[in-house]
Write a protein that binds this ligand. Sequence first.
Ligand SMILES: Nc1ncnc2c1ncn2[C@@H]1O[C@H](COP(=O)(O)OP(=O)(O)O)[C@@H](O)[C@H]1O
Ligand SMILES: [Mg+2]
Length: 389
Amino acid sequence: MSTLELKHICKIYPNNEKKGHHKHNNLKTTDEGVLAVDDFNLEIKDKEFIVLVGPSGCGKSTTLRMVAGLEEITKGELYIDNKLMNDIEPKDRDIAMVFQSYALYPHMTVRQNMEFPLKLRKMPKEEIKKKVDEAAEILGITEYLDRKPKALSGGQRQRVAIGRAIVREPKVLLMDEPLSNLDAKLRNQMRAEIIKLRSRIDTTFIYVTHDQTEAMTLGDRIVIMKDGVVQQIGTPQQVYDTPVNLFVAGFIGVPMMNFFDGELIKDGMKYYVELNGVKIELSPEKEAKMAAKGVEAQKVTIGVRPEHMELTQREGQMIQATVDVSEMMGSHINVHIRVQEKEGVMIVDTQGNSNRNFRMGETIQFTFEPAVIHVFDAEGKNLEVKKEL
Ligand SMILES: Nc1ncnc2c1ncn2[C@@H]1O[C@H](COP(=O)(O)OP(=O)(O)O)[C@@H](O)[C@H]1O
Ligand SMILES: [Mg+2]
């Protein structure tokens, strides 16, 4: 068993702005200093795979390092298996960490690197050998056990670093951007390896990345952060289907969600969005949620994912757009468009459209299913969501 609880965790760094050490562009600053992590709350279940995701500088590593004990917790409480950890030494937390830079000992062989944490623990020799052989097997590095790290590729080195972390069967495995040093192809491959690894070891994972694809594919739940503040916590499906605000909406999903300027219109119990002169009624679910909140008519941002934009000739639903450029991707075409002054992308299936030319400047008509769009107020809040967190 290994559950974690982060309760009102804050990290305040001294404000070194004048000395020019760090740029704290959008972080809250108080008399105490800079709020790098602001009131982080999360309960992590046994064997859950949690991903912290957000742009560089949003406080992911700081949060992870506080869990590991490498960084002091300024405020709040960290519990592992219901035991308060704030003042427990890193080595006594039963946590292992994997970093972006593999941090292997260059003068040691792979086997010696992996044995190292077990030798520190004075584990009997035969047991060490057994554990290392097992971990090497899981990670597919058995044949490299006698090599030095410099004779390995980046992906192999990262496997060794993971191997060294898992040999002692930690309660919690922390990973800070472990794939960021690898090229795109290897990153995809290692992502799949981590999914396999996860199914073979009994550990709770906290994984940090700036990459939304890694977050979506690896996480049981993902925590989206911005400027030290948690924006949303949910399963990949939840954050994709119902992003709480514009930031999450834009961060999750590739290509990025399109944002258009529109109007929310209320007529009795019915809600419509008007975009470029076309009025489309929202789905009954969205209408019910907005009615329950008492949402009023207002100027809004309408969010539509590229994969949800459809070419149409249906009377009354044709929203006009101008084609910018189109990119033939094989299975589909990315058509870049302009609606009023806003730019967007729509994904058009090649099926049935392969001979279709999308000429620059051409006018096309699109629509969308009202159930899959998102409506945001002037502050960027999703109008169908009750409240943020
Ligand atoms: N030792 C430090 N002293 C002062 N500020 C720091 C220190 N370490 C990190 N920061 C600041 O805290 C913020 C969060 O950093 P970090 O947790 O490393 O972000 P991320 O891992 O999401 O890229 C950043 O603005 C960073 O500049
Ligand atoms: Mg970081």
